[in-house]
Design a protein around this ligand. Structure first.
Ligand SMILES: *[C@@H]1O[C@H](CO)[C@@H](O)[C@H](O)[C@H]1NC(C)=O
Ligand SMILES: *[C@@H]1O[C@H](CO)[C@@H](O)[C@H](O)[C@H]1NC(C)=O
Ligand SMILES: *[C@@H]1O[C@H](CO)[C@@H](O)[C@H](O)[C@H]1NC(C)=O
Length: 355
């Protein structure tokens, strides 16, 4: 969370360079006159043939793995965006910890409670909040400050509660939907990043490349309330494993998530982990050139926040970033690559400026 490391890792590293590490056929010792007698020659030729065969097999394996890794079915759609609305990103009741930067939440979770109320989780120690605000005015309606030793992360409405992950504190917090009064805590067996739900299932990301399916277990006797991980699915886009998928939003069978430190959003099929579309939000906001910037921690001042409500209309979403001065309602605009894109590396050549 704190540092910017490359988000993409190759699905399978084709680092098998063993073909070049294989021992070469040993050269003859000129002092050994008997070497070139026939049995030794046969041994030498046989050894060379074995080495060449092993090399060829290794190269073939590397080639096939490389091919397998890069080629996708080409079914990923690409979008850019059009801004429809801009909303001030201000928490009008900043926490006592750091009132200056606390004005703009360090957004870690965002969703529509209904068409006129948005719930937002803000992170950072001493500044973490859960709040409700009026859409589209941006005015805070209710809020709860987290204990200063807790760092808020992804949030959803689930089973008539609002749930909020914490980052490294091993807790999932539950709140009353109306008052945001804390009601319950669940032990959390992972580092919390993003959280999404379809109303029945819950999914979380933790900074690695997996989407985890989780369930809640209420307290039973001496066994405290806890979160269980019931499955995990690797997130793959155009043949590449994608890690650090952060803020999440579920709608219409898909999970949308932005990758930490990047300017794109992925649409992910939660059953397969495959991405089905990519949205480039490049140019929406750049803290490095902004007059509105309130932080020196630009590496953390990144895109993070996706929310959708059917009342916005199809292919529209509310997006923001950590400490970004605005939230934007955007409409997705299809982008047609010059040629079909079947592997990640094609994006840079066939969709210039997308990443
Ligand atoms: C949205 O939820 C709030 C409660 O948080 C409620 O006051 C408001 O009436 C709801 N609005 C709609 C359109 O349902
Ligand atoms: C929903 O909450 C109730 C308690 O309020 C609990 O008994 C039930 O197990 C919860 N359901 C799920 C799916 O977590
Ligand atoms: C668990 O995830 C794998 C993919 O990683 C999937 O094939 C499997 O169907 C999932 N299991 C359940 C019970 O959802």
């Amino acid at each position: 969370m704190q540092s910017l490391l490359p988000v993409m890792t190759r699905q399978r590293k084709s680092s098998r360079q063993s073909s070049t590490d294989l021992p070469a056929a040993s050269s003859p010792d000129p002092t050994a006159a008997a070497f070139w007698t026939k049995p030794k020659l046969y041994v030498a030729v046989g050894a060379a043939a074995a080495v060449l065969t092993a090399t060829a097999v290794t190269l073939l394996v590397v080639f096939l793995q490389h091919r397998d890794e890069e080629v996708d079915d080409g079914s990923v759609r690409f979008y850019s965006y059009e801004v429809l609305q801009r909303i001030p990103h201000v928490h009008s009741v900043p926490p006592s910890g750091d009132a200056v930067s606390g004005v703009r939440p360090f957004t870690q979770g965002l969703f529509f409670l209904n068409e006129s109320v948005v719930v937002e989780s803000g992170g950072w120690y001493g500044e973490s909040i859960i709040r409700k605000w009026s859409f589209p005015s941006g005015d805070t309606l209710a809020h709860h400050d987290l204990s200063p030793d807790l760092f808020g992360e992804g949030t959803v409405r689930f089973n008539d509660s609002i749930l909020q992950l914490t980052w490294r504190e091993g807790l999932l917090l539950a709140y009353d939907v109306d008052s945001l009064t804390p009601t319950q805590q669940y032990a959390l067996p992972f580092v919390g990043w993003g959280l999404a739900t379809d109303g029945e299932r819950l999914w979380a990301t933790t900074g690695d490349s997996f989407l985890r399916t989780i369930t809640l277990q209420e307290q039973r006797g001496d066994v405290p309330a806890q979160v269980h991980v019931t499955n995990r699915t690797k997130i793959v886009c155009l043949g590449r494993t994608v890690s650090r998928v952060n803020e999440l939003e579920y709608w219409e069978g898909r999970i949308w998530g932005n990758a930490f430190g990047e300017t794109y959003v992925l649409e992910i099929d939660p059953h397969t982990g495959q991405c089905t579309s990519m949205v480039s939000l490049k140019g929406l906001y750049d803290p490095a050139t902004s007059a509105y910037v309130t932080t020196h921690d630009l590496g953390n001042d990144v895109l993070n926040g996706i929310a959708h409500h059917t009342s916005l209309g199809p292919q529209r979403m509310l997006v923001t970033g950590k400490r970004w001065p605005f939230l934007w309602v955007i409409k997705l605009k299809p982008v047609r690559p010059s040629e079909p894109i079947s592997r990640w590396s094609d994006i840079r050549t066939k969709l210039k400026g997308f990443l």
